[in-house]
Structure formats: structure tokens, C-alpha cells
Write a protein of this length. Sequence first.
Lengths: 216, 313
Amino acid sequence: MIHFENVSKRFPGGNYGLSDISLQIESGAMAFVTGHSGAGKSTLLRLIALLERPTRGQLLIDGRNIGRLPDRDVPAHRRRVGLIFQDHRLLNDRTVFDNVALPLHVAGVSVREVGRRVRASLDKVGLLKKEKSLPLTLSGGEQQRVGIARAIVSRPPILLADEPTGNLDPELSREIMELFLAFNQVGITMLIASHDLDLIRSLNRPIINLHQGRLT
Amino acid sequence: MRRQSGEPAALSGFLDQHRRSALRSLKDLLRNPTATLMTLLVIGITLALPASLLSLLQLSNSVAGSQPNIPSLSMFLKPGIPDEQALTLSATLEQKAGVENVELLTSGDAMQEFREYSGFGDALDALDENPLPHVLLLQLDSEIESGPLQTLIGELRAMPETGSIDYDQGWIERLQAISLALRRVIEAIGLGLALAVMLIIGNTIRLEILNRKEEIEVSRLVGGSNAFIRRPFLYTGLAYGFFGALLAWMLLSLLLIIVSGPLERLAELYGASVSMAFFGIQAFVILLPVGILLGLAGAWLAVSRHLSAIRPE
């Protein structure tokens, strides 16, 4: 499903975000990416979502080299990749419902369908009653779950999470991870960047270790 | 929201996208009504200025243009020429090329007319002899070119009986020339002001884009296409153009109502009739599409310059 072949990412100024990464994540798999800050965890995820383009090597998703995807096809690619951020990236002037509905609006889903799917998604993260709230009135854990609902609402085959539990206490972190396990069970390919080693070791999933942009 | 059951899902999704973008743009405009109203007033006044100048010019042209456009000239004979000679002359002139018809107004007829209309009847009785000359009113061929016309006028002037010649088409020609020049000036001003409206809208949209930077970034993150991200801004530009033009039209209508009294009186004096309603409708039909186009163009300008710079972090 996700296949890195000698992928390097060099940033302007000459810093390597990633160098010579080769790895493969099967469809329906779940893996963690770990390493110190600056090791390239985020860069790895950003490449998959085409927020960055690889400088060298091939990055194949479903057998397609997305490194060469023309700009106009990038939005369609991103709709197949759900993104979850440490800082949620919610729009604070819109309700929970509108935040979660955004990917569906973007994809041109009809109004009736939007309502149904947003509620299904909010139900999965246990926030069905909060659809009319504004994000800032929610707790950190709830905001993160709104972000997760937004990421899964368009039913993407791939879900990427960049330090999703970075700001949460251990108990909430575990709850979030359990949500991810549940998503993985229904066949979503998951890649989660985290430096919470204790937590991810307890989950018995492959761990990709990065050090200064290289696999270790 | 109502839904026709026959709409295919993709189309209804597409229409919903547009509906949502348009509604969102309107809501955003209403969120800050004072600022929106001020921007609309600037646009309205800027559009109303050339529109009203053009309308007034057109009104004055329609008054002038309603004069019958058959060229004619008056030939005043020297005093003391007998009636018979004037009659013969008029018959001769009728044969000339370019002359359609000649009417003789003898000094006696002229005196009679003057006596009736001027109210100086008693004063005229005191005169020993009739001071008025015979007048020949020549109606010319309406197709006559200015070269042959000048030749004709020259010939007439050279005749021994001629006292003076009054060719009174001149003022209409001058008026038309002046109004043409004025029209060009107004059009140039109008073009400049239209450009200004476009830039005003473009700048307003630019600020709006900066205000909504975060929303644009998040939209990109979840796979929003350029078209999707552009759409609400284009609708906002369209709304500014439309409502600005509507405001301009209202200002123009107000002006037309104010000047309609004096103008109708003026038109009456010239035997013309002007329809204010017609000018109102004409301005409406022209102003609205122009406003919408300027709004879209301004928004497009801002969007194409500033949207691509906003990339998700």
C-alpha cells in the first residue's frame, strides 16, 4: 500500500529531512514511527500526504508513484489520506459539526449525506452530543477526538497521525490509541508518529525507528 | 434543505458546494455590516459617477436629436426688391441642385406675422415703410454633403439680390461634436473608474484571504481543490460587484428623479419627449452585468495572486 524506495527529502538550505528511506506498509497494517524530535517523523507522514514532495527515490501508494503526481491531482490524493495533528488544526469559528463536515464539503458530498456521515463519525469518537459546540469550549482530549472524526469522516483508506497524544495525559492517550486500533480493525491502514515509547510498545505493532532522517 | 429526488448525487453535491459557498460569502459580508456597507458605497459611488454622466449626456442628445434633421437655410434679400423679382428668384432657386423646396416669405407677410406675434402692432404703424426684407426659406436635400453645400452657399451669397444668409444647422453640428468629445472623455473616465472598482474589490478580497488563512490551510489539508478554495472568494467578489452596482443604480435613479422635472421642461421647449423610465431601465441593464464582471475580475485577480501563496504548514 505505502512503499518507500530509497526516498530522500532535502530541504532548501541542504538539511536532510529524510535520507534513503526504504520501507513498506501493507494495506490494512498499523505501524508506529518513532524517534527524537527532528528525526524526520513528521516529514515521513507529510510525504505520504504530499504536503512535501520527495527529492529523490520513489514513493508508491497503491502502486502509483505519487512523487510525480501533477499539482492538480494532489487534492484528490489528500482526500484518500486522513490527517490527525497534535494541535488538532480545528477551525475555532466553526462548530464541531462544520469542522468534521469540511472534508465532505471539499469532496462535494450532498447535504443530506453530509449530515448522516458527520454524525456517524462523531458517534465513533463519542462526541455525538457536542456537534453544535465550538472547539474552544471542549477539553483537549475532546478537541483531538473532533480532529479524529474529521480525519475519518470521508472514510479514507489511509490514516496518518502526527503525535496525536502529544498533549494528552496517559489515560486519554490510551483511549485515543484504542480508537486507532478499532479503525485499523475495519481495514484502515494506519501510520502513527509518536515518541510515547511505553504506550506504543504495549500495543504490539511494528515500530519504525528514525534517527537523523535514517532508519535504524 | 429541499431536494429534488431526481438529482444525481454528484450534481447535487456540486450544487450544494456552490450553494454553501454562496451562502457563506453572504454571511461573511453580513458579519461586519458597517465595513461591508462602506465598501459597497465606495463601489456604488464610483460606478454611479460615469453612469450618471453618460445618462445625462444621452438625455441631452435625445433632446437635440429629436430636432428634424433636414438642413435648411434662410436667405434674406436686400431691402427694396420688388415682390415679383423675389418670386422669380424663388422659382430659379428651386431648380438648383441640392435644393428641395423654396418658400417665399415676402416682407408684407413677415410684417403681418411680426405684427401678430410681437405685440408691437402700434409701434409698427408709426413706421413709414416696411423695414423687413423678403426671406427665401430653402429646404435642402437631406443627403447633401458639406462640399456641395459650401459651393451652394457661396453661389447664393454671390447673387446681387442677396442681403445675408443664415445657415442655422451649425449649432446642431457643433452640439453633436461637443457631445461626441464629451462622450469620449466620460468613457475614458468611466474606464478608469471601472478599473478602480476592480482594484477596490480585489483589495477587499485580498484582506479577506489573509483573514481566512487558517481556513484555507485546513481546506488544503483535507484535500480542497483550488476551485473549492477559490469559490467563496469569487462569490464574495460577485456579491460586492452586484450590490455595488445596485447601489450605483439607486443613486443614478435618484439623480434622474431630481433632474427629470427641469429636463422634461427643456425637452418640451424643443418639442421632444424624454422617458426617464427608459434611462432607468437602460442603466440597470448595463450597470448590473458590468458590476458583476468587475467584481468577479477583481476577486479573480486577488485570488490568483494570493491564494497560491498559502500552503499548509
